[in-house]
Ligand binder design. Structure first.
Ligand SMILES: Nc1ncnc2c1ncn2[C@@H]1O[C@H](COP(=O)(O)OP(=O)(O)OP(=O)(O)O)[C@@H](O)[C@H]1O
Length: 569
């Protein structure tokens, strides 16, 4: 029902053009129906009746105009429907909250679902055609011989409707299974193509192509099973329809023999019955196609609904602008992705404006803690607060407006360097963009390029080095001027001198400095932070100033230093 409601909501603005299209379709069908009679007239008047010829020409003209109107209205309505559905689903996918996992459905599978639904409009034309054929056939059949019609009509209609319903049910089921398999194959292909360098470097092209083929074969298996079932249904229907015809012929000939029907009337009866037959046959074929479109609509509607459910938290923002640096705290937080618990009683408090380095062995849960703050995931238990407000009580989008993030291995979105930085704010000025680039130690390398801030960055930033990408990602975070700043290994791609300059610029004491939490292995950053929190066993085991912690030779920080995990960059 949800799928139908969603589909109807998108169809609603198209009701007027579709009604016009359906009307034009009816006119075009009427003219087609009359064509034979007009030709007969032309032959019988031997080309003499000028009025009759003129009448025919006008009628054909009307039919041609109606055909044109039908094509234009249906085709453009179908494209508008496709655009409006694609736009809504894309917007929902961008904002979908599913515990950090973006829905794995690829853009390609979303596009094919949208296309299936939009084609539904074109199928509506067939529905009009088949229905008029059924109604017209029924009326003319009963008028020709009610006795014959009463004998076969209920049989034909009941059989066809039953076949259509069963076919629709089966098709919906197999279309869903097929869509899941295709989506799996598409996701596989998309991931390989996104990292095609890796595939080539490891000479995996042949192996990956074979693996993709295996995934495609799984779809073939489902489609073949469904085709076999359709084939058998077709066989049964075909045999049943011809048997009914045979019965009709035998009954009809008895009526002719009894003088209740002439041979001519029987012939014309078969002609009218063929209209009903064609209409019913078309309907039996159409219903499974409608069912497939409905399963596609159900998948799209589910995406939109998930997005709506995830955003039922307060609409009005809790924090008033202008935003000042906010304290933040993790209180006895526990968190697991699946089996093993990553955070086990994680507690950490930062005063407003404090900068803190989050240090620990690789895989100890530093990034996970940052992602909990960003509400990519929710903690299993415990409380996370910004200011004094638990983040679960705020709208996810509000939490994210309070936080800027420079992620590990960042991607850039935008055509140029200026675009990539501007992504972080709403229509920032050139001064703001350059200011953020300076603060992130990016300005000088950008200025050294012939195109300066108009230098193209490529897809995801692929035309830049890792270190350049990191600095632009940092500039993108800084330009937001949020009260909280999260940095995840922001200097791992930089040389020691640039890393030190960047650490100094971002973390130095200044008015309005955001509360900053830095997950890092970089000594340059650790030394420049006000405090250090050492994570071990899923909790903060050591907390204080770097100089104090390092002087405890048995402490966690000193142990990590001795293990050689901390570096200058
Ligand atoms: N999306 C995920 N799904 C399942 N497990 C995950 C996911 N992300 C991280 N993990 C696991 O959670 C643990 C903590 O990962 P996390 O990225 O938080 O560590 P980290 O301290 O930031 O590591 P590093 O210093 O190497 O960046 C690791 O064992 C990791 O394999």
């Amino acid at each position: 029902m949800e799928a139908d409601a969603w589909l109807l909501r998108h169809l609603w603005p198209e009701v007027a053009p579709l009604t016009l299209g359906a009307g034009a379709l009816a006119v075009a069908s009427f003219v087609n129906f009359r064509t034979g009679a007009q030709l007969k007239n032309a032959i019988e008047t031997d080309g003499e009746g000028r009025r009759s010829v003129l009448h025919s020409l006008l009628l054909f003209g009307l039919g041609a105009v109606a055909g044109c109107v039908r094509t234009v209205t249906f085709d453009s309505a179908s494209e508008r429907l496709r655009a409006s559905m694609a736009a809504e689903v894309f917007a929902a996918k961008l904002l979908e909250e599913a515990q950090g996992k973006a829905d794995s459905a690829s853009v390609a599978s979303m596009d094919s679902d949208v296309a299936l639904c939009a084609d539904f409009i074109l199928k509506l034309q067939n529905l009009v055609r088949y229905t008029s054929s059924i109604v017209g056939g029924t009326v003319t059949m009963f008028r020709a011989s009610w006795k014959l019609s009463a004998a076969v009509w209920p049989l034909l209609v009941t059989g066809a409707l039953h076949g259509a319903r069963a076919g629709a049910k089966r098709s919906a089921k197999s279309a869903q299974a097929l869509a899941e398999k295709r989506e799996e194959a598409l996701a596989f292909a998309e991931e390989r193509l996104q990292h095609v360098d890796l595939v080539r470097w490891f000479c995996r092209a042949e192996a990956e192509a074979k693996a993709f083929r295996r995934l495609c074969d799984a779809s073939v298996e489902i489609a073949s099973r469904s085709a076999r079932v359709r084939g058998v249904s077709h066989l049964v229907l075909d045999w049943a329809a011809k048997s009914v015809l045979l019965g009709l012929a035998s009954l009809g000939s008895q009526l002719v023999a009894r003088g209740e029907l002439t041979a001519g009337e029987l012939t014309s009866y078969f002609f009218h019955a063929s209209f009903l037959g064609l209409g019913l046959y078309g309907l039996v074929g159409l219903m499974p196609e409608v069912a497939v479109a409905r399963t596609a609509a159900a998948r799209l509607a589910a995406t939109v609904t998930r997005r709506k459910e995830a955003n039922q938290v307060p609409a009005a923002p809790f924090f008033k602008k202008p935003l000042k640096p906010l304290s933040l705290s993790f209180q006895d937080v526990h968190f697991r992705y699946s089996e093993a618990e990553v955070l086990r009683g994680f507690s950490l408090t930062l005063a407003a404006g404090e900068t803190c380095a989050l240090v620990g062995h690789s895989g100890c849960g530093k990034t996970s803690a940052l992602r909990l703050l960003l509400r990519d995931f929710d903690a299993t238990s415990g409380k996370i607060c910004v200011g004094d407000q638990a983040i679960q009580t705020l709208a996810t989008e509000e939490v994210r407006t309070l936080i800027s993030v420079a992620p590990q291995a960042p991607a850039l979105l935008g055509a140029s360097v200026a675009d990539a930085i501007a992504f972080g704010a709403v229509e920032p000025s050139t001064e703001q963009i350059e200011g953020a680039a300076k603060a992130a130690s990016a300005h000088s390398f950008v200025k050294s390029r012939p195109q300066g801030y108009e230098t193209p960055v490529g897809r995801g930033g692929e035309l830049l080095s890792g270190g350049e990408r990191q600095r632009l990602a940092l500039a993108r975070a800084l330009i937001r001027e949020s009260p909280i700043l999260l940095l995840d290994e922001p200097t791992s791609g930089l040389d020691a001198t640039t890393a030190a300059a960047l650490a100094q610029a971002v973390l130095s004491q200044r008015p309005g400095r955001p509360t900053t939490l830095v997950a890092t292995h970089s000594l340059a950053l650790i030394r420049n932070c006000d405090t250090v929190a050492v994570v071990s066993g899923g909790r903060v085991e050591q907390r204080g100033k770097f100089s104090d912690l390092i002087s405890d030779s048995a402490g966690h920080l000193a142990q990590i230093m001795r293990s050689g995990e901390l570096e200058e960059t």
